[in-house]
Each structure stands twice: as structure tokens, then as C-alpha cells.
Ligand binder design. Structure first.
Ligand SMILES: *[C@@H]1O[C@H](CO)[C@@H](O)[C@H](O)[C@H]1NC(C)=O
Ligand SMILES: *[C@@H]1O[C@H](CO)[C@@H](O)[C@H](O)[C@H]1NC(C)=O
Ligand SMILES: *[C@@H]1O[C@H](CO)[C@@H](O)[C@H](O)[C@H]1NC(C)=O
Ligand SMILES: *[C@@H]1O[C@H](CO)[C@@H](O)[C@H](O)[C@H]1NC(C)=O
Ligand SMILES: *[C@@H]1O[C@H](CO)[C@@H](O)[C@H](O)[C@H]1NC(C)=O
Ligand SMILES: *[C@@H]1O[C@H](CO)[C@@H](O)[C@H](O)[C@H]1NC(C)=O
Ligand SMILES: *[C@@H]1O[C@H](CO)[C@@H](O)[C@H](O)[C@H]1NC(C)=O
Ligand SMILES: *[C@@H]1O[C@H](CO)[C@@H](O)[C@H](O)[C@H]1NC(C)=O
Ligand SMILES: CC(=O)N[C@H]1CO[C@H](CO)[C@@H](O)[C@@H]1O
Length: 401
């Protein structure tokens, strides 16, 4: 990996929130190699351990932390509701007397784009999974940075609670993800497979804990988690919902492939991990970037996060996707350069520019930055008003604002 040092002054602010970074995969050998990155990333070294502490203090998370039963009546089934779905009860009788449970099965649910239905907090398996995967990822890196075994213990405990402990472990399926409520419906949608896209972060962490021989990553947890992943791979490769997601031409398909590839990495099936990445780049990817770098959807940065994570996994398993061109001659770099020209205020994509920072950092690392344009773009990173200031930055592999 090209190392190209950018010096940007960062604030280390009180750690009070952390931005969920859409997708990430970091080669465990890179994380375990001090000379490869730690000397060049003082900000990351200072900010990751407190970030990891903050995240760890929020857990542990479990799929059973919800008050609503899925249609299977099994709390261990993952459940999520589409965030913008609202009940239209005009044909469901006198709504002032309907209970919540009656509303969920009698009223028709309609999408009000961008309007978040606050009843999400009743079934926050999605938010829990995001927070948990960040906590696992950063606690593993904090272990690597500090050598303190409480961080690796924390990562191991979080995985144990969500996936292994028989009292709380999630059933290895997403049959009720993004469940549609309403009369006679109550089924999951394929779009719900995206809920577990951050499996790529968990894969990075688990490979690092294994390779770094963390004593807290016990044989029992390793075997339990590997078994869980093997079962989930069967769901991911056999269920109708997973098949629909795999064949979605947009970001859903992109994220499906790197989730599946990271599952194969966890079960040490490098051949299938490589085949999965290759299938993406020779399939869906071919129609995702045109000669100018434009993509056929407005969430450019989000899709690029998936494509870049797949390319990073590819690099790890010996498949170089960085220079692959699409049918129309697009590349990852062209798509990034194009997205950088878009005005975040007018693209209809709130926060588009900050979402692009990690993408730009990854692209600069891979392709180099002779003109300094990526550095210039990333300098905006520290000026963005996020809930907190810049928390951490490992340039070119990890950039969290
Ligand atoms: C660690 O990183 C350094 C600097 O990039 C590199 O020269 C060395 O080969 C790496 N070591 C391993 C074991 O990958
Ligand atoms: C780990 O231990 C260090 C040193 O005692 C402490 O500063 C840190 O808050 C602990 N973090 C976690 C996640 O337990
Ligand atoms: C979620 O479940 C875990 C495991 O049972 C438990 O330790 C944790 O306290 C729960 N969290 C909340 C917020 O209820
Ligand atoms: C709906 O139920 C409320 C509460 O029982 C009642 O006051 C109201 O009259 C009912 N409205 C209709 C249209 O039946
Ligand atoms: C869901 O959980 C996440 C992580 O703990 C939290 O940040 C978020 O506010 C929660 N969302 C809702 C709607 O409760
Ligand atoms: C992973 O598989 C390779 C062979 O493909 C094997 O040499 C290695 O020992 C395996 N590692 C683990 C942790 O099972
Ligand atoms: C991409 O292709 C160029 C030109 O052949 C080459 O110099 C560069 O190393 C390649 N980049 C990667 C990441 O493979
Ligand atoms: C981006 O668009 C906003 C809203 O139209 C406008 O106010 C702003 O000047 C534009 N910024 C740039 C850099 O073009
Ligand atoms: C019936 C069916 O599609 N079976 C497939 C389930 O997934 C495995 C891979 O995990 C395939 O080998 C089977 O063919």
C-alpha cells in the first residue's frame, strides 16, 4: 500500500459521539505491523483508544434487546422496520382506539421519504449492530495500539454476546429485516440484508485478533463464531431474500458482495472470498461507473464505500480490482474524482462531502496524490461541524470524522 503522509492538524475533542463509517476492511497484517502505520498516524493513536472506550461503554448489544417480538415469536430473530414507513390507518377503523400492535397489523404502511418514524427505537437491532461492529473494530485496534488486554477482551465479549452465547445469540438469518408491517404482510425485505454490511469491520477485527494471537479471543469464542458464520453463509447463499439482494444493481448489491466475502474470510475460505469479490467486479460493478466517473444513482459516496471495501478485500485475497474498468471505461478513481466535483449542498445527499472523506483517503493511498488535490479535499475534513470534531484518522486506510 502506498504510504503518503498528510499532515493535518486535528482536534482531539471530548469523545461524546462517533460517526459510523459506512464500510471498512483493513488487512490484519497492516494493523499488526507497527512500522507500517503507527509512526505516521499520531492522531489516530491518540484518538482511537478513547473512541474505543466510549463505544465499549455503550455495550454489550444483543439481538434480544428489543421489546417487540418478530412474527416467529422468537426474540433471537433479528428484526428491523424500514425507517421511513408510516401507518395509514384511514381504512383500519377508529384509530384512536387501536393499540400499537393493532396498528402494526391493520394499517397500511406507506413510505414518507426522509421522515424518520420514531417507533424505530422499539426495535433497534440495526443501530445496535452498527454500534457493535464499530465497538469491535476500534477496540481491536485499541488493543493493537496500547497492548491493553481489556480492549481485546471487550471485542471478544461483544462478539460472544451477539453471536455465540446461547442465551442471546442471533439466529443466523435475516428473515425479518426491514419487515413490512400491515395487513397480511409481516415479512422481511431483501433490502434488510444491508443491515449487516458492517460484517466487514467485524471480519477485520476477528482476523486481527486471530493473527495477533489475542488470549482473550478464546478457542471457544472462535469456534462458536465460525460456526455461526458458516450457518449464516448458507442463508446468504440460499435464501430468496439474499438472492434478491445479490442481484440488486445498486448499492444493495455492492454491499451484499463484500458482506459475503468477509463472511468467507471469517471461516478461512479464501477461495470463495476471492470468487465473491471477482463476481462483483465482473458483474454488477461493470454497469456502475461511466466514462466520466458518474454512477447511475445519487448516493455516490455510499456506493463507493462498498466498492472500495470490496477492492480492499480483493487486495487481501490476491485479486487486484483497483485498475479494473467498467464496461463504459469507469474506474474507482474516476468515480471518486467525479464525486468530488459535486456540491454537497445541492446533490440531494445531505452530508455527501463528509461521507466522501474516507473514500478520498483510500483513493489517495492507492493511486497516489501527485497534484495534491486529495490532500486539499481532505483538509476540509477537520472543518466540518460534526457532532464532535474529528475523532480519528489513520490516513488512507481509516478516516473517521
Ligand atoms: C511492515 O511494514 C513495513 C513498512 O511498510 C514493511 O517494510 C514491512 O515489510 C512490513 N512487515 C510485514 C511483516 O508485513
Ligand atoms: C482499558 O484499560 C485502560 C488502562 O487501564 C483504560 O484506560 C481503558 O479505559 C480501558 N478500556 C476498556 C475498554 O476497558
Ligand atoms: C442487551 O443485552 C445484553 C445481553 O443480555 C445485556 O447485557 C445488555 O445490558 C442489554 N442492553 C440493554 C440496553 O438492555
Ligand atoms: C372513536 O373512538 C373514540 C374513543 O372510544 C370515540 O370517542 C369516538 O367517537 C370514535 N369515533 C368514531 C368515528 O367512531
Ligand atoms: C439505536 O441504537 C444506536 C446505538 O446504540 C443509537 O445510537 C441510536 O440512537 C438508537 N436509535 C433509536 C431510534 O433508538
Ligand atoms: C486457513 O486455511 C489455510 C489453508 O487454506 C490453512 O493453512 C490455515 O491453517 C487455516 N487457518 C485457520 C485459522 O484455520
Ligand atoms: C494501476 O495501473 C498503473 C498503470 O499500469 C500502475 O502503475 C499502478 O500500479 C496500478 N495500480 C494498482 C493499485 O494496481
Ligand atoms: C453549493 O450550493 C449551495 C446551495 O445552492 C450554494 O449556496 C453554495 O455556494 C454552493 N457551493 C459551491 C462551492 O458551489
Ligand atoms: C439449494 C441450494 O441452493 N443450496 C446451496 C446452499 O449454499 C451452499 C453454499 O453455501 C451451496 O453449495 C448450495 O448449493
Amino acid at each position: 500500500m502506498t504510504t503518503l503522509l498528510l499532515l493535518i492538524t486535528t482536534y482531539i475533542a471530548t469523545v461524546s459521539a462517533i460517526t459510523n463509517y459506512a464500510n471498512e476492511f483493513i488487512d490484519p497484517q497492516f494493523l499488526l505491523n507497527s512500522s507500517a502505520w503507527t509512526a505516521q498516524t499520531p492522531n489516530a493513536r491518540e484518538s482511537i483508544p478513547p473512541g474505543a472506550d466510549f463505544l465499549a461503554s455503550q455495550g454489550p448489544w444483543a439481538v434480544t434487546n428489543k421489546t417487540i417480538l418478530p412474527p416467529s415469536k422468537d426474540l433471537k430473530d433479528y428484526l428491523s422496520w424500514p425507517p421511513y414507513a408510516w401507518p395509514d390507518c384511514s381504512k383500519a377503523g377508529n384509530t384512536t382506539v387501536l393499540t400499537d400492535q393493532e396498528i402494526w397489523v391493520r394499517c397500511i404502511y406507506v413510505t414518507r421519504d426522509g421522515q424518520f418514524n420514531p417507533d424505530q427505537h422499539l426495535v433497534n437491532n440495526t443501530g445496535a449492530f452498527y454500534a457493535m461492529s464499530d465497538a469491535i473494530f476500534y477496540n481491536t485496534i485499541a488493543w493493537r495500539l496500547t497492548g491493553f488486554s481489556n480492549y481485546s477482551a471487550s471485542a471478544a465479549r461483544l462478539i460472544n454476546t451477539w453471536f455465540v452465547d446461547p442465551a442471546t445469540s442471533m439466529n443466523p438469518n435475516l428473515n425479518y429485516a426491514q419487515l413490512l408491517r400491515g395487513p397480511g404482510v409481516q415479512v422481511g425485505q431483501h433490502t434488510g440484508v444491508l443491515d449487516l454490511k458492517c460484517m466487514t469491520k467485524i471480519a477485520s477485527a476477528v482476523l486481527t485478533l486471530r493473527l495477533g494471537a489475542s488470549p482473550e479471543w478464546t478457542t471457544q469464542i472462535d469456534q462458536g463464531f465460525t460456526q455461526w458464520v458458516s450457518q449464516y453463509i448458507v442463508w446468504m447463499t440460499n435464501s430468496t431474500l439474499a438472492y434478491q439482494e445479490r442481484t440488486s444493481v445498486n448499492n444493495h448489491g455492492s454491499f451484499f458482495y463484500n458482506q459475503l466475502a468477509s463472511l468467507y474470510l471469517i471461516v478461512n475460505d479464501t477461495t470463495n472470498a476471492r470468487n465473491t469479490v471477482q463476481e462483483f467486479f465482473s458483474g454488477l460493478y461493470q454497469n456502475q461507473i461511466d466514462a466520466n466517473g458518474e454512477q447511475p444513482f445519487h448516493y455516490r459516496a455510499y456506493n463507493l464505500a462498498a466498492v472500495i471495501t470490496s477492492a480492499k478485500i480483493g487486495q487481501y485475497v490476491g485479486f487486484n480490482a483497483w485498475n479494473l474498468t467498467t464496461k463504459q471505461g469507469g474506474t474507482i478513481q474516476k468515480a471518486t474524482d467525479y464525486a468530488m466535483t459535486k456540491n454537497a449542498s445541492t446533490s440531494g445527499e445531505p452530508g455527501a462531502a463528509p461521507e466522501l472523506f474516507p473514500v478520498v483517503a483510500a483513493v489517495a493511498a492507492i493511486y497516489g496524490d501527485p497534484s495534491g488535490k486529495y490532500k486539499q479535499y481532505l483538509e476540509k475534513c477537520v472543518m466540518v461541524t460534526w457532532p464532535v470534531f474529528l475523532l480519528m484518522m489513520i490516513f488512507f486506510t481509516l478516516c473517521v470524522c
